[in-house]
Design a binder for this molecule. Structure first.
Ligand SMILES: [Zn+2]
Length: 235
């Protein structure tokens, strides 16, 4: 009897633990993500509507090419890109860690989402996170997205291909941006991230979107309340 009680208790705590670390979460039920996802006041993504023009610090991006290390992690297709350069915001250096994709876009601009969005996730020496988001819309083919979606593992798993890819291929030529303080858009939705959302979208082909959507048809978190945050817009 005592053994059964212990077994049931440990099963319960396993479930609790999985909930806490967010192992079993889905885009169907974002209201069940828990933690900051439900209680935070600085959540992402947001609909970028009212902005304040400001003379913002420069964002210098210097990505370089690396072999494509592509992971299908069960929630998205991610390219691990440590060593592929990074960004310098004012005086602060953030190194690129990984980039991954969402369909549709998570951020909206004036209420409108795009077909997809790429998130470049960076960390500085103190562990602070800065994410560059670029909206992707249907148009011309993008050779980097093409290589990623064609080579991505269809099921959960990792694959490194000999093809090299430079993340800069997914950046728009014009570097104007919006910036605000937000969160990770997946559990545990940690807050305090610096978001930099490029104003100009990048084109990707219908076929590239379709290949991604065949793996992840809907992995976009709905937009969150802005609350009392201000979105700054570069000149
Ligand atoms: Zn993301």
């Amino acid at each position: 009897m005592r053994l059964i009680v212990i077994a049931v208790l440990s099963l319960l705590s396993c479930q609790k633990w999985n909930e806490m670390i967010g192992k079993h979460w889905s885009y169907e039920k974002p209201e069940e993500w828990g933690a900051s996802c439900n209680t935070g006041r600085l959540q992402s993504p947001v609909d970028i509507q009212k902005t304040t023009h400001a003379n913002l610090e420069s964002v210098r991006i210097d990505y370089s090419d690396t072999p494509l290390a592509i992971t299908n992690n069960g929630h998205t297709i991610q390219v691990n890109a440590a060593g592929a350069g990074g960004i310098t915001v004012g005086e602060t250096r953030f190194n690129l860690v990984q980039y991954h994709f969402h369909a549709r876009s998570e951020h909206a601009i004036q209420g409108a989402t795009a077909d997809m969005e790429v998130h470049f996730v960076h960390k500085d020496a103190a562990g602070n996170i800065a994410v560059v988001g670029v909206l992707l819309r249907k148009g011309e083919s993008n050779p980097l997205l093409k290589a990623i979606v064609e080579n991505a593992p269809k099921e959960k798993g990792e694959k490194t291909v000999s093809t090299r890819g430079n993340p800069a291929l997914l950046l728009p030529p014009s570097r104007g941006y919006y910036t605000y303080v937000g969160s990770l858009t997946t559990p545990d939705c940690s807050e305090g991230l610096k978001w930099i959302v490029m104003k100009m979208p990048v084109e990707v082909s219908e076929q590239e979107i379709a290949l991604f959507r065949a793996m992840y048809a809907n992995n976009a978190r709905p937009v969150q309340a802005l609350n009392n945050r201000i979105i700054l817009e570069s000149e």
